[in-house]
Design a protein around this ligand. Structure first.
Ligand code: PLP
Length: 400
């Protein structure tokens, strides 16, 4: 079977050059904290990784704190700010990743006042609500740079300026923007940002917290002196090395220009995908497509097509796509992001997310649409059939 991967917002395949690099470094095993030769080799690998990532992000290596991933990075910022700030008001959008929303709900249960900023059906964040509720009592605002399900981009620079004017810190979950969208942390002006290696063509289980010079840097995980006492625990050596190696490869290929080029190429594929789907499949709506969004993401509502059934149908044919966030797969509830944007449960249940990546081709996209058309027709035929079917099993159930 020909496998086609169209789920890059869930995770990305490991960059081919990085796979080679990893293979060549599997024998590096020393504890980076050990001062002997084995430890020094590992420490050098981590140092090189930090330098490459810092160069790519155009920040100081000292502003990078390695972590197990973006969830840990976001948890660190929110929980330590709650513990250490005298101010107890927090804000985030209603469409954040669970690593932000659930952490905000957790500190809310401990006494924080949290305001959740609404996002419209079209993917626009409610700046009026934000302005009205942001006060000098606000400790921290956390709003993502790009949404994982719809690709919507939020006005982080403007929102960070507004937060700073009130004396609040600003954090952005920039996971989905890395490698897909050109941005500058300096221009955004945020105090903190979370990133994940596995959304950037590197290995799973590592990430970074960008912590701007001067911003409070308090450890969530106490232990060893790693990360200059800002995050205890022996480093995920090869995971971090893979992250650094992707950054190095990208710099070698042109840095930001490479990302811009990839983003434009992918937009051509995404526009082709959406145009063909809208033309060739009836009763389809795009979600949040009118406003700025990542060029790789397409979020669709397909009337009368159960998302999970469609996903399984496409999986059998070798396609990997998603119906909502992969982090909540196995959860039959419709996507909380789409519900928060005002879509009905029925609409959210018929959603499909296609997220393209660096390696996808026009041929793959065309083949996918041809098969998507067949799957959608089949599911709609069954849904409209006078017979009762369990759509998930694709077999008749109950009385015929
Ligand atoms: C927007 C966003 N933030 C955070 C995360 C969590 O990242 P990690 O898996 O590195 O903890 C994800 C992963 O799905 C994500 O899409």
């Amino acid at each position: 079977m020909n496998f086609i991967y169209l789920d890059h917002n869930a995770t990305t395949p490991i960059f081919p050059e990085t796979q080679k690099f990893m293979g060549a470094h599997l024998d590096i095993f020393g504890n980076p904290s050990s001062i002997h030769w084995a430890g020094r080799k590992s420490k050098a690998l981590i140092r090189e990784s930090r330098i490459s990532i810092a160069q790519f992000l155009k920040v100081s290596p000292l502003e990078i704190i390695f972590s197990s991933g973006a969830s840990e990075a976001s948890n660190t910022v929110i929980k330590t700010t709650f513990l250490h700030s005298l101010k107890k008001h927090f804000m985030c959008s209603t469409v954040e990743h669970p690593s932000v929303i659930k952490t905000m709900q957790y500190i809310q249960s401990l006494g924080a006042k949290v305001d959740f900023i609404p996002v419209s059906r079209e993917g626009l964040i409610d700046l009026e609500f934000y302005k009205k509720n942001l006060t000098t009592e606000t400790a921290l605002v956390s709003v993502m740079l790009a949404n994982n399900e719809t690709g919507s981009l939020f006005p982080i620079q403007e929102m960070a300026q507004m937060a700073h004017a009130k004396g609040a810190l600003f954090h952005t979950d920039a996971v989905q923007a890395l490698g897909k969208h050109v941005f500058s942390l300096i221009e955004l002006g945020v105090d903190y940002a979370s990133f994940s290696a596995h959304k950037f063509y590197a290995m799973k289980g590592s990430g970074i917290l960008y912590s701007k010079k001067g911003a409070p840097q308090i450890s969530l995980i106490h232990g060893g002196a790693q990360e200059r006492h800002r995050r205890g625990g022996t480093e995920n050596l090869l995971g971090l090395a893979s992250f650094g190696e992707v950054a190095r490869q990208v710099i070698e290929k042109g840095g930001i220009d490479f990302i811009q080029k990839k983003s434009e190429e992918i937009k051509i594929l995404r526009d082709h995908l959406e145009n063909r789907i809208l033309k060739e499949i009836s009763h389809v709506k795009l979600t949040a497509s009118e406003n700025p969004r990542l060029t790789n993401t397409s979020s669709l509502i397909l009337d009368q097509v159960d998302g999970e059934t469609l996903l399984m149908n496409l999986d059998i044919k070798g396609y990997a796509v998603s119906t909502g966030a992969a982090c909540s797969s196995g959860n039959p509830e419709p996507s909380p992001v789409l519900l928060a944007m005002g879509l009905t449960r029925e609409e959210a249940q018929t959603s499909l997310r296609i997220s393209l990546g660096w390696e996808n081709s026009l041929k793959e996209v065309d083949q996918f649409i041809d098969d998507l058309k067949i799957s959608v027709q089949k599911i709609r035929d069954i849904a409209n059939s006078p017979y009762k079917f369990d759509l998930k099993l694709m077999s008749p159930v109950g009385e015929v």
